[in-house]
Design a protein around this ligand. Structure first.
Ligand SMILES: Nc1ncnc2c1ncn2[C@@H]1O[C@H](COP(=O)(O)OP(=O)(O)OP(=O)(O)O)[C@@H](O)[C@H]1O
Length: 268
């Protein structure tokens, strides 16, 4: 085990000072950068800044947590990674390539996303799981569907169920299996368990951690600091469109930014 020198970096203005903060994490091997974000900025139509020059490197195979107050820009940032919000050219790079220059459909297959509330398509659970590969002309075998269900912590009895027979937690796991069926390299999770009970939450967290063992890169937005501490390798604190802290999950108490501190105090 050794320490990789740069896993995640941020530059931010602190009074007159420009600082680059580097976070070192103990890893087995040096880690490559999956996403590079540089000066990512978004203004609303009323010219209000929603994202203010975000700089970050997302290490391959790690789980990056994003937390911060409501309206701080977490979902907007997350959506830039698979172009659900189209970032300006030259700001978001996957494997060194500007995402704006990639075919958007293949980008979204590689960069799967799960939202707060699952929306299942008509048909059975198996139809849902088969959906993505079918669009590419490949029909998953029964065995492949069962394997994906197992991966999403669903037993084989779900195969023929339809959406109305499922709880929200079960439907979220089906949505996760459907996303994993595309064999993504990255998972974007936007508050994936905020509508779920603790057991369903644990099921989803198990899948997130299992996916990490398969080298998945995951970026998770969550309002739950405890959840971020359970699953994330690094945590970015986003306040008012800026990453103000990058910390290890067990070091959140070391946050220094006043808004970040207040948010952490009120949320714990
Ligand atoms: N297309 C848009 N036009 C105008 N304002 C927008 C747009 N998209 C987002 N916003 C605003 O940008 C800010 C950040 O929104 P965003 O949803 O990214 O924040 P968030 O941190 O994910 O919030 P929450 O935790 O409540 O989900 C909010 O004030 C939101 O109203």
């Amino acid at each position: 085990m050794h320490t990789a020198s740069i896993q995640l970096s941020q530059t931010f203005n602190d009074a007159d000072e420009d600082r680059e903060k580097l976070l070192a994490i103990d890893v087995e091997e040096p880690v490559e950068t999956k996403f590079r974000v540089r000066n990512l900025t978004k203004f609303s139509e009323g010219e209000m800044a929603i994202l203010k020059g975000i700089d970050m490197d997302v290490p391959r195979g790690m789980i990056v947590g994003i937390i911060g107050p409501s309206g701080s820009g977490k979902s907007t940032l997350l959506r830039a990674f698979n172009r659900l919000w189209e970032p300006p050219a030259g700001t978001v790079f996957m494997d060194g390539k500007d995402v704006c220059e990639l075919d958007v459909i293949s980008l979204r297959r590689k960069v799967g996303m799960l939202f707060q509330l699952p929306v299942l398509f008509e048909g059975t659970v198996a139809d849902n799981v088969r959906y993505g590969p079918q669009l590419m002309g490949r029909k998953l075998s029964d065995g492949e569907v069962y394997k994906l269900l197992t991966l999403a912590n669903l037993d084989s009895s779900f195969y023929n169920k339809i959406g109305s027979e499922l709880s929200v937690g079960q439907a979220q796991r089906v949505a996760l299996a459907r996303t994993l069926a595309n064999d993504p390299e990255v998972l974007l999770l936007d508050e994936p368990t905020s509508a779920l009970d603790p057991i369903s939450t644990q099921n989803i967290e198990d899948v997130i951690l299992k996916s990490k063992q398969q080298s998945m890169t995951t970026i998770i937005v969550s309002h739950s600091i405890k959840q971020i501490q359970r699953v994330a390798d690094v945590v970015c604190l986003l306040v008012d469109g800026e990453i103000v802290e990058v910390l290890k999950p067990n070091n959140l108490a070391q946050a220094k930014h006043p808004m970040a501190l207040r948010f952490l105090e009120l949320s714990s």
